[in-house]
Design a protein around this ligand. Sequence first.
Ligand SMILES: Nc1ncnc2c1ncn2[C@@H]1O[C@H](COP(=O)(O)OP(=O)(O)O)[C@@H](O)[C@H]1O
Ligand SMILES: [Mg+2]
Length: 441
Amino acid sequence: MPITEANPNHNNRDIIYQPHPTQWLFHKSKARTKVLVCGRRWGKDRASIMEMIWTILWLLKNRNDPTLVPQVHAWYVAPTYNMGKQAYRELDEFTKRMGIQTYHNKHDFVIEILKNAIIEIKSADYPDRLKGTGLDVVVITEAALIKPDVWYESIRPTLASAGRLGKAIINSTPKGKNWLYDMFIAGQDPEMKKKGIIESFNFPTWFNPLIPPEEIEEMRRTMPPHKFDQEIAAKFTTDDLYVFSQYTYTHFNLVPAEPEPNAIYFAGVDWGRKYDYTAVAIIRWYPALDVYHVVDYLLLKDMEFADILQRTVDILAKWKPKSVTVEINAAQDIFYTEIQRRLKEMRLGIEVLPFRTTAKNRDSLFDVQILRFAEDKLFWIDAPEVKEQYRNVYWDGLKYKHTSGENGHDDIVVATGLALYGAEEQRSELKRRSSMDWYII
Ligand SMILES: Nc1ncnc2c1ncn2[C@@H]1O[C@H](COP(=O)(O)OP(=O)(O)O)[C@@H](O)[C@H]1O
Ligand SMILES: [Mg+2]
């Protein structure tokens, strides 16, 4: 006896939604919990939304239990309020296009279908609001970004209520080996599948035939390999991945250099505010080859603000980079305003670019270096303390981290990322301005 009768033969299906082949495999499954681990834009949410609507419509048609109020109750759970809003828009749009009568409460993100079924959009960052009712269907979107407690303590119990269907659709791109991975493994067990308890699916982005192959190739080229594997190929990356370790043996082979006239330099500064090092990296850019050499650096610890500032100004005055990208942590950052003031006074023509770190753009400081190392476009001085920091950096499936403890720092890695960031922002502009000069090096 099947648990649901998802109905892909709805009258308007050609107009509304034509599942692509691997989406179809997902819809066909009769498992009560379906785990959909796929690459970005494979169509996880589209498939989840449609499966939810079909299930609700089937229940409305086939259920007649006056004790249930509402007749059908469903949740769409997203990691954040914003991701939930997107689901709300899509649910709204698709129910409309299917000609289903709905009533909305935009304020609470509740959609009522035919006055008898309720879909509530929930954000997992308010776990208090995830308590309570018995549910017929739950979709959890981007589940890897949601804490395991949300599933195990808040949501799963709601799926075991008398008279309710209790069906779960859990979709996500993989992010390391977390609770989603456990669910995925459970869903691979043929026994579980046979009993209709849980089934999991794993497809890469390119199984969505609507995504042009060129787009996949572009992403393969522009993403660090471990990120492509995770986000597009939808692989669970194994253990923590020390992303720079291999390069410390092959790409840290330069000897310290002195400034050369007409050479182009860029700098990056990561301030050590409390216990960290202040790190400065100076990189030389060879335009014809598009290669970067880190030619000098500073790693300062346990110093007074004035001394840190002085040493930073000194190394910048020595190399006269086109720009120095400096990390800031507030609009009126004292380190930033001071370095800017000092460099202006000295009239060195060095542009100071502020970089306000967020979780997202911090990632890009590491990404850009992984790509340049992999292309043999970035080389470092053979400095043991620097290699040690690079060896500390790992990808945990969600973000870049560094090992903790006495030697656990990544300041020089961040400083180099800032220098590269500034360089990549400006190099096309520089190249255009005097395209002849580049062949002199
Ligand atoms: N079967 C389909 N038919 C038409 N468009 C689809 C289909 N599946 C996915 N899409 C489209 O592909 C894009 C990605 O879908 P989405 O569900 O947001 O992907 P994911 O949640 O996997 O990142 C969206 O623009 C969506 O409308
Ligand atoms: Mg999605």
